[in-house]
Design a protein around this ligand. Structure first.
Ligand code: ATP
Ligand code: MG
Ligand code: MG
Ligand code: MG
Length: 470
């Protein structure tokens, strides 16, 4: 089954169980200043869970475009390093708004995986929230999953990949305990089962999360009960496709094989010659192509603040990986048609906006190609000293003069086992901000510049804050 068929099978399965098929919302959330990008299928239903909005249905199913490149769920640093993380991915979901709860949600998930998709039961592991005896009993008694493949997990705060069975959309908003389903890719892959010390590996891959939405978390961290217990689930299309296509990595599924081949061709044509087809850099490019194209299509353009800066960071990261493979002129934007070929049918907005997206990305690329060579030379010189840490001043100069976002510099350094002095970088940024402010005051005093009244719009401040955190 191709990824496109798997998406359809999921939606049709839940339609047959009385769910309304609802279109994906944009990757840019409409009016939610707490969110940088749509990070889960439930985002567009947030107000329905909270009881502020009512729909003509109590059950829905979606394939949702998601981006996790900032804020609470941020996978940017994982791309190119794990087999299962993307910045952009599709989340398949089924939702109950005060309709069914734990028992039916678990039964549906099991039926889809073991009957419709025919996955072998002994390859599936489940986790439940540590105190959720009810979910444990349903899995064990009703579904028949043996105790040795059910793991109880608490809220594992702080660990980078560690399972965390209390799902939250962000620091505030709907949340609740969850139960997750993992697939065992077999002993050839390194990694331990969920909850074990080496669960970070890619052997046991989390494919589906079923969240039992019961609370709204406020800014003070207080949990308020939702009007009705609800269900929100999310299964990564790319992960379930890998399982069903008998491959281990998301990057080996049909859609990515095509994007990787196109990426290699584009890089080769731009100066790469015959670059290594297995380079992780090609994975980064193919991944970032999706994130950048969909972001532009939903109305963002590269800039120095908020969402536009996240887009710029992702685009420049992809461009740098192309540069690493030998590309010396714009190549990234030429990949848009390959993406349209893979996903245009499922997402018609992609076809409609492709040309504009390519133009926007081309402009960004032309801009960065003007400074990348000189910036890389400076960075290479600093790395050649054998230092274990790039100093904040160098990182700041790369940022300020050569357009290297700090995470791009860190990405290059990480490949060499070197870190970046983040506090030093922050101090240099702060110094520049103060200097600019003082210069602005001076100009105002001289009557050289008119500045309008200060605006207060906290939504963007929140976004900038998000950007600063990632
Ligand atoms: P992981 O622990 O692997 O990072 P997660 O627990 O952060 O995943 P959830 O927030 O539970 O993920 O999201 C629901 C589902 O979406 C996951 O079970 C997974 O199938 C998929 N998913 C999550 N993050 C990504 C990603 N970055 N790339 C691809 N699929 C993802
Ligand atoms: Mg995660
Ligand atoms: Mg997880
Ligand atoms: Mg999860």
């Amino acid at each position: 089954m191709k990824a496109a068929e798997i998406r359809q099978t999921f939606l049709k399965f839940f339609e047959s169980k009385g769910h309304q098929i609802v279109a994906s919302s944009a990757v840019v959330p409409g009016d939610d200043p707490t969110l940088l990008f749509t990070n889960a299928g439930m985002n567009q239903f947030k107000d329905v869970f909270l009881g502020f909005d009512k729909r003509p249905y109590t059950r829905a199913t979606t394939a949702q475009k998601c981006i996790r490149a900032g804020g609470k769920h941020n996978d940017l640093e994982n791309v190119g390093y794990t087999a299962r993380h993307h910045t952009f991915f599709e989340m398949l979901g089924n939702f109950s708004f005060g309709d069914y709860f734990k028992k039916d949600a678990i039964a549906y998930a099991w039926e889809l995986l073991t009957e419709a998709f025919k996955l072998p039961k002994d390859k599936l592991w489940v986790t439940v929230y540590a105190e959720d005896d009810e979910a444990y009993e349903i899995w064990n008694k009703q579904v028949g999953v043996p105790a040795e493949r059910i793991v109880r997990i608490g809220d594992n705060k702080g660990a980078r990949y560690a399972s965390d069975n209390f799902w939250m959309m962000g620091d505030t908003g709907p949340c609740g305990p969850c139960t997750e389903i993992f697939y065992d890719h077999g002993p050839d892959v390194a990694g331990g089962p969920p909850g074990s010390p080496d669960e970070d590996g890619d052997r046991y891959i989390e494919i589906w999360n079923n969240v039992f939405m019961q609370f709204n978390r406020d800014e003070a961290g207080v949990m308020h009960k939702l009007p009705k217990p609800s269900v929100d689930t999310g299964m990564g299309l790319e992960r379930i496709t890998a399982v069903l296509q008998g491959v281990h990595s998301n990057y080996e599924i049909d859609l990515f094989v095509a994007l990787l081949a196109a990426s290699k061709k584009a890089v080769d044509a731009a100066g790469g010659g015959d670059c290594d087809k297995d380079s992780p850099s090609l994975k980064v490019i193919a991944d970032h192509l999706r994130a950048c194209t969909f972001t532009v299509i939903d109305g963002v353009i590269p800039s120095n603040a908020g969402r536009g800066y996240v887009l710029r960071r992702i685009a420049r990261r992809a461009i740098r990986h192309g540069y690493k493979l030998g590309a010396r002129k714009p190549f990234f934007h030429t990949l848009v048609p390959a993406l349209v070929e893979q996903m245009g049918e499922a997402y018609p907005e992609l076809r409609q906006g492709a040309q504009r997206a390519a133009e926007v990305l081309k402009q960004e690329e032309e801009g960065f190609f003007r400074t990348i060579a000189n910036g890389m030379e400076i960075l290479e010189r600093a790395l050649a000293t054998g230092t274990r840490q790039i100093d904040g001043e160098t990182a700041f100069k790369l940022h300020d003069t050569y357009g290297f976002p700090i995470d791009l510099t860190a990405d290059v350094c990480r490949e060499r086992g070197v870190t970046v002095d983040q506090p030093g970088f922050d101090a240099a940024m702060e110094r520049q901000r103060k200097e600019a402010q003082a210069a602005g005051k001076f100009k105002m005093a001289q009557g050289l510049e008119y500045t309008g009244a200060a605006t207060t719009f906290h939504g963007y401040e929140a976004l900038l804050h998000e950007t600063a955190k990632v």
